[in-house]
Write a protein of this length. Structure first.
Lengths: 477, 95, 490
């Protein structure tokens, strides 16, 4: 029996505002427990919420960047349930009138293009963190994360495979990063995805029972979880059983999922309009302004890099896949004006160093303008590529300024052609055997001779020039 | 409408309240009277009337995204029946 | 005249004229409370040391010219559902045992900044749910006007503290009549301001869309002076309107003003003495130059069910945060988290509170939301429209405050629905968000006070208070005092 898979995604994205959604506590990640809290975000009696305008601004940006309609009159609702990470015992969210609706993100998998519809995007507050204390067998509650603003992005069940899900998440993440509303670091929890999955036999139109997997924290784990759950559901059906609608947790280490101990039989959230907050009215002017201020989105950037800079698609995909790489690219480009060069450096040395030093692309910290300067140094033949690679390593780890570093360490290429010629001549003179081999027809030995020259020159010469001079001198013989 | 034991139990779960047996009987009776009284609202025709949360049309009340100092966690936990290392303490929870 | 019998503004004037010191006034008030309150149980907490310390600081600031408010230095007291930093705040509930907030409610802070001295926290119905102050965890408060009578609720302590001359004025809160009805039962003056005109920050919420803090005192001038201080926009309360604090200047000229009396309010169920007194008050206002007219205001009978649906729904959510984890009472023995929640809440809340939480959870629950909560919000809109229409013609609406005078103690909690029906004249005002004040307008055959309710247009507190002021200029009901159990003569 063949099976079809249907998937839907609910993505939670922590916004990178400076303060929480309803109070002025810092949203800074980490920190000792309960050091970014106040009486409002810890649900003390008598306290009231006040909405952070930047959250609304970011929500509108996210909606426009994903082709949504902005719900110009929208408001907040209370979602009531009991859990220690929720101090008020209700979460302020948006059920009845979410701020954005009816958008879509276009993806491409194996050459097939598809639009994944976004049902809605709404604003809500994050809950706190529970820390299990093994020693005393209790749970400690940290409210630092309580009240951090979230956007929840809900897709329609338009996915039919794990690859589509990953393509969507990759694109969504890059859009959110590009418009500057979130750093989308899954490991830090600023991007979380809940996956709804059901299977049905080919030919059946009615969707199967779906399960939900929550808070899987890397793209690879999501792909594995989807595969694992799909198999589990198929196995269940083939064995004559029924898939139970439930929430499951994916254990990536074990490679299997298990049903979560149900927090509550009754998940009746008793939503009602939040009386402590007033409605939001978004004017046409506000939307227009946000639209005009939207930075170039990844899709448009990709097209422009290919068209304007004539860069290869593969490279463009990698670079425009990350806001951080784009920033490096554009900043370096501004300094040196050589898009192909910059692209090659990024695809080559930048990514190599990042891997070698186990640095996340997001965390690359050297000043990209320096890369532009470095490229200029090579262009002007102040240094050669070999030297440039050395200098780059220092730039990457210590953020040295290439111009000063080259000067301080005397790394400039020898540009005196006379001196180079002298060395070339002396190398030819001192290597008659090699010269003889060359005359005998070996081209390979030229490389050896160039290498000898470079050694004498301590690498500080343009290999192309040396090669040319060697060729000329050999010809004369 | 009749308020049954099941209904009281269900609402009790939603509200994390457990009533003793005698309490439950009287709660059932009282609630039934009160809720049936609330049903009189059905006599008022409200077709086309928008549900009104706030009496006055206040909207767009915002705050600027400026960090203010947080409260010291000793102060925040000062009223907690059970706290440790600046955290609130609850019985062990499981996923 | 004895100090305690004076009005707040009189004390304020004496302090300003240096005829009386703030510490002196505070000491006298504290001694008086010590002597008197054992008979009435109006106070939950008396802030003896804090009040004297506060009095000293206020005196300094008056002396150096920093504090110039007409109420600077005047001792007052606050209902126990308003947070006061470092001072026990219990909402008269077991579940907030030991709770000392680390912040002060904005309205209280405004008074403190203007030089008020806080004598203590006042008894109330638990979490403001009730009309008699009998649901308090700290025991009932007694009405000083008669043996065995309730002072009304939920701001019973606030009313008695004024009526028995233990505080010069107090703050109460009103969600469905909790300031106005105790004022009527205790023969004092009070006002529930327009929704949004006084900050709710620090007021422990009962029903967020209906709650308002308001002053209660011996006359309209005192109440107006306090309201001028506590009103005004608060950036910490998103529902507070962006107005400046009110600058109320009272004017007793009401000539040509139009007063409307809803016919439907005077039907069956209204006590005869109350009806007589209220209609006589209307006549008095007519004699002062106002035009008085009866009119029809439909839909009033839907106010109570709509109110209770909305209030219970919001309360059930607002009270979910009380769970034995962050503050207050936690059950001593529990096996796991679920046990902690259920036991702490079931043991910590009283019967009426639990009842309203259950009703609230019910009307919001899946399958019932549309029929109850949503419907109630629609009815709320209809009631507001009714008032809007009435105010096209009238400047103020006049009515009784309660269908009876102060009820007997111990008879009310067994029939909650009957108790709810007593709110008939007050709840519609909260649903429409309007301002409303109560002034004493007579006594019944047994000598129990009767209160006149005046309902005003949104944000027209000055005009509304003018009516009360004018009435009190022409009558002396508000000056009458009960014979206290301390043996003093009125």
């Amino acid at each position: 029996m063949e099976f079809l898979t249907t998937l839907g995604l609910e993505v939670h994205c922590e916004l990178s505002t400076k303060t929480k959604i309803f109070c002025s506590c810092s949203t800074e990640f980490g920190g000792e427990p309960n050091t970014h809290v106040c009486e409002v975000c810890t649900g003390m009696p008598g306290t009231l919420p006040v909405l952070n305008k930047q959250v609304v601004e970011y929500a509108i940006r996210a909606g426009l960047a994903t082709n949504c309609e902005i719900t110009q009159y929208n408001k907040f609702d209370r979602k009531n349930y009991f859990y220690p990470d929720l101090p008020k015992a209700y979460q302020v969210s948006q059920l009845y009138l979410p701020i954005c609706q009816n958008g879509h993100i276009d993806i491409e998998v194996n050459g097939v293009k598809k639009a994944i519809r976004i049902k809605e995007i709404h604003m809500e507050e994050d809950a706190g963190k529970l820390i299990h204390d093994e020693w005393d067998d209790v749970t400690m509650v940290d409210y630092n994360r309580c009240g951090v603003p979230l956007l929840e992005i809900v897709s329609e069940p338009d996915f039919s495979s794990g690859e589509e899900v990953i393509a969507y998440l990759t694109k969504l993440r890059s859009i959110l990063q590009f418009i500057g509303v979130s750093d989308c670091k899954m490991e830090q929890g600023s991007l979380r995805a809940d996956v709804n999955l059901s299977v049905r036999p080919v030919g059946q139109t009615e969707l199967g029972t779906r399960t939900e997997m929550k808070n899987i924290n890397s793209f690879k784990a999501i792909a594995r979880a989807i595969e694992g759950e799909r198999e589990r559901q198929i196995d269940t059906i083939l064995a004559g059983g029924k898939v139970v609608q439930e929430t499951r947790r994916w254990d990536d280490n074990k490679g299997e999922s298990y049903a979560m101990r149900s927090k509550e039989n009754a998940q009746d959230y008793r939503y009602f309009p939040e009386p402590d907050l007033v409605p939001i009215e978004i004017s046409d002017e506000w939307i227009e302004r946000v639209k005009n201020e939207l930075p170039e989105l990844p899709e448009a950037k990709r097209a422009r890099y290919i068209e304007e800079y004539k860069l290869p698609e593969y490279d463009v995909d990698i670079i425009t896949g990350s806001k951080f790489l784009v920033d490096i690219f554009e900043k370096a480009l501004e300094v040196c004006g050589e898009p192909k060069e910059v692209s090659n450096w990024i695809m080559g040395e930048v990514l190599r160093m990042a891997t070698e030093t186990a640095t996340d692309v997001d965390d690359i910290s050297f000043d990209a303008a320096n890369l532009g300067k470095l490229i200029n140094l090579v262009k002007k033949k102040v240094i050669n590529r070999g030297t440039a690679k050395e200098v780059f390593e220092k730039m990457f780890t210590d953020n040295v300024d290439p111009e000063s570093y080259v000067k301080e360490n005397g790394l400039e290429m020898m540009n005196d052609d006379g001196a180079v010629l002298a060395i070339v001549k002396s190398v030819i003179e001192n290597n008659p055997k090699a010269v003889g081999e060359f005359k005998g027809g070996s081209q390979k030995v030229k490389g050896f001779l160039v290498g000898q020259c470079m050694k004498q020159l301590k690498g500080k010469a343009d290999p192309a020039t040396v090669n040319q001079l060697i060729t000329e001198e050999l010809e004369k013989i | 409408m009749k308020i049954t034991d099941e209904m009281i139990d269900y609402i009790g779960i939603l509200a994390r309240l457990k009533l003793e047996d005698e309490e439950k009987e009287s709660a059932k009776n009282e609630m039934e009277k009160i809720i049936n009284y609330m049903d009189t609202l059905n006599q008022l025709d409200t077709t086309g009337i928008e549900a009104m949360s706030h009496a006055f049309p206040v909207k767009n009340v915002f705050r600027e995204d400026v960090v203010m100092p947080s409260t010291d966690r000793e102060i925040i936990t000062s009223n907690a029946p059970n706290s440790k290392d600046g955290c609130f303490v609850v019985p062990r929870t499981f996923e | 005249m004895e100090l305690s019998k004076m009005t707040a503004l009189e004390i304020g004037r004496m302090i300003k004229a240096k005829e009386l010191g703030v510490v002196e006034a505070t000491k006298a008030a504290l001694e008086n409370i010590e002597k008197t309150d054992k008979h009435y149980n109006a106070f939950v907490t008396v802030c003896h040391d804090e009040a004297l310390k506060q009095a000293e600081e206020v005196q300094k600031k008056i002396d150096d010219g920093t504090l110039t408010s007409p109420l600077a230095g005047v001792p007052m007291a606050v209902k126990d559902n308003m947070c006061t930093k470092g001072i026990l705040t219990t909402c008269s509930s077991k579940i907030l045992t030991g709770f000392k907030p680390t912040y002060t409610a904005t309205a209280v802070k405004k008074l403190e900044d203007a030089g008020a001295v806080i004598l203590g926290k006042l008894n109330m119905d638990e979490f403001a749910m009730g009309s008699t102050t009998e649901t308090s965890y700290h025991g009932a408060t007694i009405n000083p006007w008669a043996e065995n009578r309730v002072p009304g609720g939920s701001s019973g302590g606030s009313a008695v503290a004024v009526a028995a001359d233990m505080a010069y004025y107090t703050l109460g809160s009103d969600t469905g009549g909790s300031i106005r009805q105790p004022c009527a039962f205790c023969g004092i003056t009070g006002i529930k301001p327009t929704y949004g005109s006084v900050s709710r920050y620090g007021l422990i919420a009962y029903a967020s869309s209906l709650d308002q803090i308001g002053p209660m005192g011996k006359n309209a001038e005192d109440v107006a002076a306090a309201l001028s201080i506590i009103s005004g926009h608060d950036p910490k309360d998103s529902t507070s309107v962006s107005n400046d604090p009110m600058k109320i200047v009272l004017n007793s000229d009401i000539k040509g003003k139009k007063i409307g009396i809803p016919r439907d309010y005077f039907g069956k169920g209204l006590d005869g003495d109350v009806k007589t007194a209220v209609l006589a008050a209307a006549e008095k206002l007519r004699a002062l130059g106002a035009e008085v007219e009866e009119f029809d205001m439909p839909s009033l009978e839907y106010a109570i069910p709509a109110y209770y649906i909305i209030a219970c729904a919001e309360a059930s959510s607002n009270l979910s945060r009380f769970d034995g984890v962050k503050y207050g009472y936690a059950t001593p023995k529990f096996e796991d988290l679920t046990d902690l929640y259920y036991k702490s809440r079931s043991e910590g809340f009283g019967t009426e509170v639990k009842r309203r939480i259950l009703i609230g959870a019910f009307v919001l629950s899946s399958g019932y939301y549309d029929a109850y909560y949503k419907k109630a919000l629609q009815v709320k809109a209809v009631i507001k429209q009714s008032f809007d229409k009435a105010f096209e013609k009238y400047d103020v609406i006049l009515s009784p405050t309660a269908p009876t005078t102060a009820l007997k103690m111990g008879e009310n909690l067994s029939d909650p629905l009957k108790m709810y029906l007593g709110d008939i004249y007050t709840v519609s005002v909260n649903l429409a968000g309007l301002p409303s004040m109560v002034v004493p307008c007579g006594f019944d055959k047994e000598g129990l006070p009767i209160g006149l309710q005046l309902i005003g247009k949104p944000f027209a507190e000055n005009e509304l208070l003018n009516f009360g002021y004018a009435y009190q200029h022409a009558t002396d009901y508000h000056t009458k005092k009960p014979v206290l159990k301390t043996g003093k003569e009125a």
